[in-house]
Design a protein around this ligand. Structure first.
Ligand SMILES: [Zn+2]
Length: 432
């Protein structure tokens, strides 16, 4: 048992913040508030906020090494001239190294669960799964599925094109070998744009395997005109047509979704990525008003350029205020709900709040001068805090980060390896 003692608890799920302790028994939360029980392991939480771990519903593990490699260019060129050519040179060693760098950053900034949006075979997916397992993090890995070498009207970078049948086989085998191992679950991921037939196949497979599916959707304006031209359908009509309009599906971006009426799939809003790539500002307020489950994602290092979900909570909130000229929309509490409760719902995981019986995915925030005084903890967390303020991280009842020390990854050795292998200098020279 572990006791998080005497902190300011932000429980979420409609409950008010309270001063007190959180008792963890095994991988579940046992008691919240005044805890009398004596335990061996205590974490002193005076001057700390205790809150649910953050849930990132859209990341690319293999893009951490591409930080700074594709700044300040629009999406199609970003993909075709930088990200895909560079990723096409990956081998399993680079794939694992990138995943480890990404996971170290996520854990140290308070993210306890992630949804990977689709890995290429050449990254060495088994190696990446082993990195996730060793890290103690909770996450969905996924094999990217595709049946068209195009992104809208643009031919994809040749080195990233994969065979549909081979990819499907690999996705199934990945599921059989890794789903449920440690904190790992296996999702299905689809490239943009696949044929409706493949999307339907993926949707049925998700149902059969009782897992989730994810894809990038309506990220840029061109995605919508493509659907209109090819299928004569609106985005929501197209999802319905492909069997993707359901709660097992998480759609990344949805900047140009238009009217969200009837949308049942979850949305992974990725503000930093959308703003930096000049893709636009997603109509998050309207989606929430229509009852859509909107969650948050960091996307990847070449577009964000961090995996710090605190930044995206802050951006998600202030962007809607600026877009609608209304400071009352998407307040700090709503942004925090997107990164916790809504994320847990989309990923079908029993976490996202602090209450007896919930999975023990809990983080603490050190109340440093820039966070004091605390008037409304949601305001402190969303408007003032950064990932680097996270002090302790507990995933599935295990202390993974204690007093900012990551216990499952040797960060100093990781930095040496990233410096040695990760700068991709010869590969970069080709493009820059
Ligand atoms: Zn993405």
């Amino acid at each position: 048992m572990i006791l998080l003692k005497d902190g300011l608890i932000v429980p979420m799920a409609g409950r008010r913040a309270v001063k007190g302790s959180v008792l963890i028994d095994g991988n579940r939360i046992k008691e919240v508030g005044e805890v009398k029980e004596k335990v061996d392991a205590e974490i002193d939480c005076r001057h700390k906020i205790i809150m649910p771990g953050l849930i990132d519903t859209h990341i690319h593990l293999a893009q951490a090494l591409l930080r700074g490699c594709a700044d300040d260019i629009p999406l199609v060129r970003w993909l075709n001239e930088r990200v895909w050519p560079l990723q096409s040179t990956y081998d399993p060693e680079l794939g694992s190294l990138s995943a480890e760098l990404c996971i170290a950053e996520m854990l140290l900034s308070g993210t306890t669960t992630f949804l990977e949006s689709g890995l290429h075979t050449k990254y060495g997916i088994d190696g990446i799964a082993r990195v996730v397992e060793r890290s103690g993090m909770r996450g969905y890995i996924s094999k990217m599925l595709m049946d068209s070498p195009y992104y809208a009207n643009h031919r994809m970078y040749e080195g990233m094109v994969e065979d549909k049948d081979e990819a499907m086989k690999e996705a199934l085998s990945l599921f059989e070998r890794w789903n449920g191992k440690g904190g790992i679950r296996v999702a299905l991921a689809a490239r943009t744009h696949c044929t409706p037939e493949l999307y339907r196949e993926i949707s049925e497979m998700a149902e059969t395997l009782d897992t989730i599916a994810t894809l990038h959707f309506c990220e840029i304006k061109e995605d919508v005109s493509f659907l209109r031209k090819e299928y004569g359908m609106s985005p929501v009509e197209f999802l319905e047509h492909c069997g993707l309009n359901n709660e097992r599906v998480t759609l990344a971006h949805c900047v140009w979704l238009g009217d969200a009426e009837g949308l049942k799939a979850n949305v992974a809003h990725c503000p930093a990525s959308n703003f930096k790539l000049g893709s636009g500002i997603a109509p998050v307020k309207e989606m929430l008003d229509k009852g859509v489950n909107v969650t948050l994602g960091c996307d990847g290092a070449p577009c964000n350029n961090t995996y710090d979900l605190f930044r995206d909570m802050w951006l998600a909130s202030i962007a809607q205020k600026a877009r609608l000229l209304d400071p009352q929309v998407l307040d700090a509490h709503n942004a925090l709900t997107m990164a916790t409760i809504n994320g847990a719902k989309a990923l079908r995981i029993d976490s996202g709040s602090i209450a007896p019986g919930k999975l023990a995915d809990v983080i603490t925030i050190d109340l440093k001068p820039h966070l004091m005084p605390v008037r409304d903890p949601a305001s402190t967390i969303v408007y003032s805090a950064k990932g680097s303020d996270v002090c302790d991280v507990i995933v599935d009842g295990k202390v993974i980060v204690e007093n900012r020390e990551l216990k499952t990854i040797d960060v100093s050795k990781l930095m040496d390896r990233v410096e040695e292998k990760g700068l991709l200098p010869d590969r970069l020279a080709h493009f820059l």
